[in-house]
Ligand binder design. Structure first.
Ligand code: UTP
Length: 294
């Protein structure tokens, strides 16, 4: 069954970007896109989902933020502003935002209990079908003509099992990312059968059980920020919530991925593209520079 729905959690606190994130949610931080238009991060994410064939996107929002996101994706321009923008091409840019908005739904996460908890909030919206999950504070740039999300969906279509997008990542960054252990599939380039998921592993743990044949020394496969998942992940998340399985005080996705892997098997796809973590100061700076350069 092809994936047509995407979930994007945007209900985190974004404390690593304080004090700015007290004023503006990190998912609304501005980025200058390659056409010179200034867009909030969330718009770039929804655009990538839609050009990749997704029909409906669900934003998981904090109760007090729902109106902010809704307004951005639905509010038409007041006549005086429209008149001022008339010759600039920006009226069309705003119309495109409203067109995208027709594909966006909203579900509230009552408390910021963690990324995994936010995903669980989408359970009824997703229903009994596979879905695409995209981090709300990560952007991507494909190295091919195929957008990153589409590359992942194509891989899911071939395997019919959960696939996590990954990226070669140096050892010193392991504290920032979920990481996999696994082995490459002989008949599918860039695809790995996962043998373990670990959330932000220590270097010692990674050296002991997450090394991957064929990767250069000191490199690991860490999450890219996009996942194509079967609805089985909600069972894993429900277990984590019921048993209060927390990592760094939060209900995370990784333990649920590990449960799905044990039940159904799991795969990883090495993305042909770059990931940009907007949720940390260096990553945001890197994003702004890279996108402006096109
Ligand atoms: P992070 O793991 O970066 O957490 O979220 P955070 O709370 O936003 O940021 P810090 O750690 O305080 O700096 C990854 C993604 O998951 C969403 C975030 O909005 C972000 O897009 N998220 C996180 C939620 O939707 N709900 C949560 O409870 C936590």
């Amino acid at each position: 069954m092809p994936i047509t729905k995407a979930v994007v959690p945007v209900a985190g606190l974004g404390t690593r970007l304080y004090p700015a994130a007290r004023a503006v949610k990190k998912e609304l931080f501005p980025v200058v896109d390659r056409d010179g238009t200034v867009k909030p991060v969330i718009q770039l994410i929804v655009e990538e989902a839609c050009v990749s064939g997704i029909e409906q996107v669900c934003l998981i929002v904090r109760p007090e933020d729902e109106a902010v996101f809704r307004r951005y994706f639905t509010e038409t321009l007041p006549a005086d502003v429209e008149a001022r923008l008339a010759d600039s091409g920006l009226v069309r840019a705003v119309e495109r935002v409203l067109e995208l908005g027709r594909h966006v739904d909203y579900v509230v996460q009552p408390q910021p209990e963690g990324f995994g908890h936010a995903v669980f909030c989408a359970r009824s919206w997703v229903g009994d079908a596979p879905f695409l999950l995209m981090l709300g504070d990560h952007l991507s740039r494909s190295e091919t003509a195929t957008p990153c999300a589409r590359q992942l969906l194509d891989t899911f279509d071939r395997l019919g099992r959960s696939v996590v997008a990954v990226k070669r990542t140096p050892e010193e960054w392991l504290h920032l990312f979920g990481t996999i252990g696994g082995s490459p599939l002989a008949d599918m380039p860039r695809v790995y059968r996962v043998t373990a998921f670990a959330e932000k592993p220590s270097v010692a743990d990674a050296r002991a059980r997450l090394r991957i044949d064929g990767l250069e020394a000191g490199a690991y496969l860490c999450f890219f920020g996009q996942y194509a998942l079967t609805p089985g992940v909600f069972e894993g998340l429900q277990f984590a919530i019921q048993h209060d399985v927390r990592e760094q005080r939060e209900i995370q996705l990784t333990s649920a991925l590990e449960r799905v892997r044990q039940a159904e098997g799991g795969y990883a796809y090495e993305m042909q593209g770059e990931r940009y973590d907007v949720g940390v100061p260096d990553g945001y700076a890197r994003t702004v520079v890279a996108f402006a350069r096109t």
